[in-house]
Design a protein around this ligand. Structure first.
Ligand SMILES: Cc1cc2nc3c(=O)[nH]c(=O)nc-3n(C[C@H](O)[C@H](O)[C@H](O)COP(=O)(O)OP(=O)(O)OC[C@H]3O[C@@H](n4cnc5c(N)ncnc54)[C@H](O)[C@@H]3O)c2cc1C
Length: 495
């Protein structure tokens, strides 16, 4: 078959300029490959710029610190080993995780931390994500300046290593010849179609979390497509998955999502969103409780819990005493760096007043008035509040067994309701890969020259993102990008 003519040719084209894509591009360029990085948006960084921590096992940072900091009475007394990590991914996913991919990650994650340090990243702490979260291990490496700074340093390193970075240039199609990758078709910033020749292509386009159509089609949380509230402006619309499917790729554990609660129309750092995310009284549109609100200690679990309520509607209810407590004594839980444990929510009253005025939160001088303002059945809601207050008085929640220290009554007027929404941060993979991050077809054979990394690649998750090994998404992004690039380098160089 006649070979296609290309507008430009590279050894390697990386699709997506987030953490996984830049790690791949840097590794390949440092090994002497001619690399193009295509980024759909005007800036690189993707969802990675929002990450606060990176998971690694047996890293130099963990070894130096020897013992984890005390983060609560449930604090783990040691840093997790590779074996701890391996077991957790396999167990948590109910054995849906791919052991080859898990092995690749746990064995290579520590090197990611050393590479970042060599680029100038300083890690201020290695801890858990949320205070006193009973399930978490101390895998969360926190970079100074968070991952935004990491992405800045990585971009600089890529440019210095000679990577050609094309922004506002979405990839559209993988070009194939005789069953092997021969390039990528993209549209450049002026709208011109470019055919780019390549010996290998790495899909690092961040998954499909921002495509309602794909969430509806592929996720068990398909209803979320109708009421998802996008709290960060990312554009990961599943382009990599669609391109891979077109050339014969297969999928694995498709449809797991990372969902976080956020007050609708607000940001994750808003104090009203922080108040609404507390383990206070939560009701759905029936006016009844539906969970132990203590689930809020893991944002992923509370996101999933909210996502399955009818129409995704959740009202977080608290009274004047709780407002005072949150302002003066601070948050009862840790929500990463968005709202820290014990952070005083000093803007809460002003935000609530404004949100009530704008009609995105509600206030009442009586429980019945609050119910009427929200649109709930006043009798049902009043009964829920009465039962809840009784549980608070007794220090025992017979319905959902919430811990006594989170049982704050709803008794002192005025009363508030914050409109909480499930918000998809990213999807958690979909394209099946092997331990070298090569995309595999329906016969489990690698498609020559094609790789998927970061949130495009399956292998770590079952039905959901889990926070028990915090920082996994970001750690995996950087680690998988580098490991895929190393395999491509060897193949291209014939080593
Ligand atoms: C608010 C928030 C907080 C988070 N916090 C954490 C955390 O603390 N720890 C953690 O582990 N994880 C966290 N995550 C998840 C984590 O950021 C990501 O899962 C991980 O870093 C993703 O890396 P990636 O390279 O796979 O994707 P991304 O960083 O999202 O990069 C994908 C890139 O591909 C580009 N792209 C898409 N389609 C195309 C196309 N057709 N052509 C070219 N480019 C394309 C996108 O624009 C984007 O820049 C968080 C996510 C969010 C949204």
């Amino acid at each position: 078959m006649a070979k296609m003519t290309f507008d430009v040719e590279y050894d390697l084209v990386v699709v997506g300029g987030g953490g996984s894509g830049k790690s791949a591009a840097l590794t390949a360029a440092q090994a002497g490959l001619n690399v193009a990085l295509l980024e759909k948006k005007a800036e690189t960084g993707g969802s990675s710029i929002y990450a606060e921590g990176t998971c690694a096992y047996e890293s130099s940072e963990q070894k130096e610190r020897k013992v984890p900091p005390v983060t609560g009475e449930l604090n783990q007394k040691h840093y997790p080993t590779r074996e701890d990590g391996f077991r957790r991914y396999i167990d948590y996913s109910h054995h849906r995780a791919n052991p080859e991919v898990v092995r690749m990650f746990v064995d290579n994650s520590a090197e990611t931390i050393d590479i970042m340090k060599s680029l100038g990243v300083v890690y201020t702490d290695v801890t858990i994500y949320a205070y006193n979260q009973p399930l978490e291990v101390n895998s969360f490496h926190r970079p100074d300046g968070l991952d935004e700074r990491v992405q800045e340093l990585l971009l600089r390193a890529c440019v210095n290593a000679g990577v050609d970075v094309f922004t506002s240039t979405p990839a559209k199609k993988i070009l194939m010849s005789d069953g092997a990758v021969e390039g990528v078709q993209a549209v450049d910033s002026k709208g011109n179609t470019m055919n780019i020749g390549a010996k290998a292509v790495i899909l690092a386009s961040g998954g499909f979390g921002n495509s309602p159509e794909m969430v509806k089609k592929h996720s068990w949380q398909h209803r979320l497509a109708d009421y998802n509230y996008q709290c960060v402006p990312t554009e990961n619309t599943g382009d990599g998955l669609n391109m891979a499917l077109e050339v014969g790729a297969d999928t694995e554990s498709l449809g797991a999502l990372m969902v976080i609660p956020c007050a609708r129309s607000k940001t994750l750092t808003a104090h009203s969103s922080g108040a609404g995310s507390q383990p206070v009284l939560w009701v759905n549109k029936t006016g009844r409780r539906f969970a132990s609100e203590e689930v809020s200690m893991s944002f992923a679990d509370s996101g999933n819990t909210m996502a399955k309520q009818p129409d995704g509607v959740v009202y977080s209810i608290f009274d004047a005493d709780t407002v005072k407590h949150l302002i003066e004594e601070g948050s009862d839980i840790g929500l990463g760096d968005f709202i820290e444990y014990k952070q005083k929510l000093t803007r809460l009253q002003a935000e609530l007043d404004q949100d009530v005025a704008e009609g995105i939160a509600w206030k009442g001088d009586t429980i019945e008035e609050l119910a009427k303002n929200i649109g709930l059945d006043p009798a049902v809601f009043a009964n829920t509040v009465a039962e809840y207050n009784d549980a608070c008085d007794k220090g025992h929640d017979p319905q959902f067994y919430k811990s006594a220290n989170y049982l704050r009554p709803v008794r002192k007027a005025p009363f508030y309701a914050v409109n909480m929404a499930p918000s998809i941060l990213v999807s958690c993979g979909g394209i099946r890969v092997n331990g070298n991050l090569q995309v595999t077809d329906k016969e489990y054979k690698a498609i020559p020259g094609l790789y998927a990394v970061g949130m495009e690649a399956s292998g770590l998750y079952g039905d959901t993102y889990n926070l028990d090994c915090p920082g996994t998404a970001n750690g995996f992004a950087h680690t998988s990008g580098r490991v895929a690039a190393r395999h491509a380098i060897k193949t291209i160089k014939g080593e």
